[in-house]
Design a protein around this ligand. Structure first.
Ligand SMILES: [Zn+2]
Length: 170
C-alpha cells in the first residue's frame, strides 16, 4: 500500500471514530485492519465498544420519524456521490450534515447504506405529497403513499399540518 493511501485510510478511520463509528463499521468502510480500527477507537474514546450492531432494516420502519431521518441521510449521501465524492467522503459528509444525529447513529447510517446497496430497501416517491421515503423491498405497496399520507406510522391523519397537500385537499 502506498504511504499516501495509508495516510488517507488512517485519516478516514480517525474521522469515522470521532463521529462514533464502531470498529467493524470503520473497518468495513475504509478497509483498515480490524485490530487497527479497535486501536483508533480506543485512543479516541478511551474505551472499546461492547454489544453487537443491529443489522436488519426493520428499525428503519419503526416510526415515520425514523423513516424520514434515514431517507434524509440516504438522499444526502447519494447527492454527494453524484457530485463526485468517493463513498467514504460522501458518507462522512452526509452524516456531518445530518441534523438529527440523535435519531441516527453513524453505525445505523452505515446500515442504511448497506441495506440500500443490498436492495433490501428502496427510495420511492409519495404520489400525494411527492416526498421520498424508504420502503422495504418486500413491501408490495403499489399505490405509493408515504407513512404520513397513508396515516400509518406514529403520526395520525388528524395531526397532519394544515400546509400538507392532503390537508389542503380535504
Ligand atoms: Zn406523502
Amino acid at each position: 500500500m502506498k504511504i499516501l493511501d495509508e495516510i488517507r485510510q488512517l485519516t478516514d478511520s480517525l474521522q469515522l471514530a470521532e463521529l462514533g463509528a464502531r470498529p467493524p463499521v470503520i473497518s468495513a468502510l475504509t478497509g483498515i485492519h480490524r485490530a487497527k480500527a479497535i486501536q483508533i477507537f480506543r485512543e479516541v474514546h478511551g474505551v472499546v465498544p461492547k454489544g453487537s450492531l443491529h443489522v436488519t432494516a426493520d428499525w428503519i420502519f419503526k416510526s415515520r420519524r425514523q423513516n424520514l431521518v434515514c431517507t434524509q441521510f440516504l438522499i444526502r449521501y447519494q447527492g454527494h456521490l453524484e457530485n463526485g465524492d468517493g463513498h467514504i467522503a460522501a458518507f462522512i459528509r452526509a452524516y456531518q450534515e445530518l441534523e438529527a444525529k440523535a435519531q441516527l447513529s453513524i453505525d445505523h447510517a452505515w446500515v442504511v447504506i448497506q441495506e440500500h446497496d443490498l436492495k433490501e430497501i428502496k427510495l420511492v416517491k409519495c404520489r400525494v405529497c411527492y416526498t421520498q421515503y424508504l420502503l422495504h423491498n418486500l413491501d408490495l405497496q403499489i399505490d405509493h403513499k408515504c407513512p404520513q399520507c397513508s396515516g400509518k406510522g406514529n403520526i395520525q391523519l388528524n395531526q397532519i399540518p394544515a400546509s400538507h397537500p392532503i390537508a389542503l385537499a380535504a
